[in-house]
Design a protein around this ligand. Structure first.
Ligand SMILES: [Zn+2]
Length: 379
């Protein structure tokens, strides 16, 4: 099959049953017009959104057929009635709001072109991005026109949780709320969010929630061996560290994570030490800007290590990923389970804040202090 006729619409891996449920709702005419897809980063929210969009536009039942004109266009991200919006870097100052909208639309088209080349590309990693009020206005304008080709128009707003933390967020969110409140009959709006709790409650309450669940360790192992041809040992090891998220498993398998592993380890060591000196030293290694690129992978690795501490505290020795290393780290110290759970919450909060425009250095300072308090039971 030549490239121009290739029309694969990937069903999110391991989510067959969820997709069947969705197909059932579509066939029965019970599909909500406003949907919020959420779940951990890398779990397949974007693929699910595209799969649903293709299903809504394809005439056959039971998911997109993959062969009709609509499916072919959808697979190439060229369907005129599937509108894709995503966070983008903050635009430079514009002379007027019309000019600003023009700039944002141009940026969006460039990113779409990049995505068509490589659907798995990570856009704007490390940059501060957001969904701006002018983008929301553009969506509202598109939604006020009849679909170009199909009976329906689908709007995908990826990472909608990033609408909130940016400047002018209130205005953007309110404009969007109006659309969610009264969508035209032909319009379907699909939001994706890693942290749905960051969305305004009024947005959450106007959408039907669809959570993509993490997979089991066995399922992730199977994904790695069957889809990525990973050796069984490596696959098992990576699957254990993936927390059931295939995107994370793929990343762990394919990239060198030794740097972020070291960073995660340094964070945990500093948090466990009694004195504050080490904590300040480690925090000072982080710059005051550019959070996501460096801090996020370090925090994710910290979480994996903390999970080992949790297993040790809970007496679940068999589940510890790296027992030798954990012994060196803890040096006979036994951290109470409630402390580890509290520390885990602290790390999760920090991970959530990384998506906002934060100062990594002060974030790490607070994180280490809070973790230290949690470990010593003084929280
Ligand atoms: Zn089709």
């Amino acid at each position: 099959m030549s490239d121009s006729t290739r029309s694969e619409i990937q069903l999110p891996w391991g989510q067959v049953r969820l997709c069947e449920r969705i197909s059932g709702a579509l066939a029965g005419g019970r599909f909500p017009q406003s949907l919020l897809i959420h779940g951990p980063k890398g779990v397949g929210k974007q693929s699910m959104a595209l799969w649903i969009a293709a299903s809504l536009q394809c005439n056959s039942e039971g998911g997109p057929c993959g062969t009709c004109r609509s499916c072919r266009l959808a697979a190439h991200l060229e369907h005129p009635d599937i509108h894709l919006h995503f966070p983008m870097p903050r635009p430079k100052r514009a002379s007027s709001s019309a000019k600003l909208r023009e700039t944002i639309e141009k940026q969006r088209q460039e990113r779409l072109a990049t995505l068509r080349q490589n659907p798995e590309v990570v856009l704007d990693e490390g940059e501060t991005t957001g969904i701006y009020v002018s983008a929301i206005h553009a969506i509202r304008e598109e939604a006020s026109r009849r679909p170009a080709m199909a009976k329906r128009a689908v709007f995908i707003v990826s990472d909608a949780d990033r609408m909130v933390p940016q400047a002018a967020s209130q205005e953007a969110a309110n404009a969007f709320l109006k659309l969610l409140e009264e969508p035209p009959l032909f319009a379907y709006i699909i939001l994706t969010a890693t942290y749905p709790e960051l969305l305004l409650p009024t947005i959450r309450s106007r959408t039907v929630s669809l959570r993509i669940p993490p997979l089991s360790e066995d399922e992730v192992t199977r994904y790695l061996t069957d889809e990525l041809n990973a050796p069984a040992d490596a696959a098992r090891n990576v699957a254990r560290r993936s927390e059931g998220v295939v995107g994370r498993a793929k990343h762990l398998l394919e990239s060198d994570t030794s740097e972020s592993q070291r960073s995660g380890e340094r964070l945990l060591t500093a948090a466990l030490e009694e004195g504050a000196e080490k904590r300040y030293q480690v925090a000072s290694e982080y710059s005051a800007r550019g959070a996501r690129a460096v801090l996020q992978p370090a925090l994710e690795e910290l979480r994996v290590r903390l999970r080992d501490v949790m297993c040790a505290s809970a007496g679940a020795e068999a589940a510890i990923l790296d027992p030798t290393h954990l012994r060196v780290l803890l040096k006979d110290r036994r951290v109470p389970l409630t402390g580890v759970i509290q520390a885990m919450r602290v790390v999760d909060n920090a991970l959530e804040s990384v998506t906002r425009n934060i100062n990594p250095q002060s974030t790490v300072t607070v994180l280490l202090k809070d973790m230290n308090n949690a470990f010593s039971g003084t929280h």
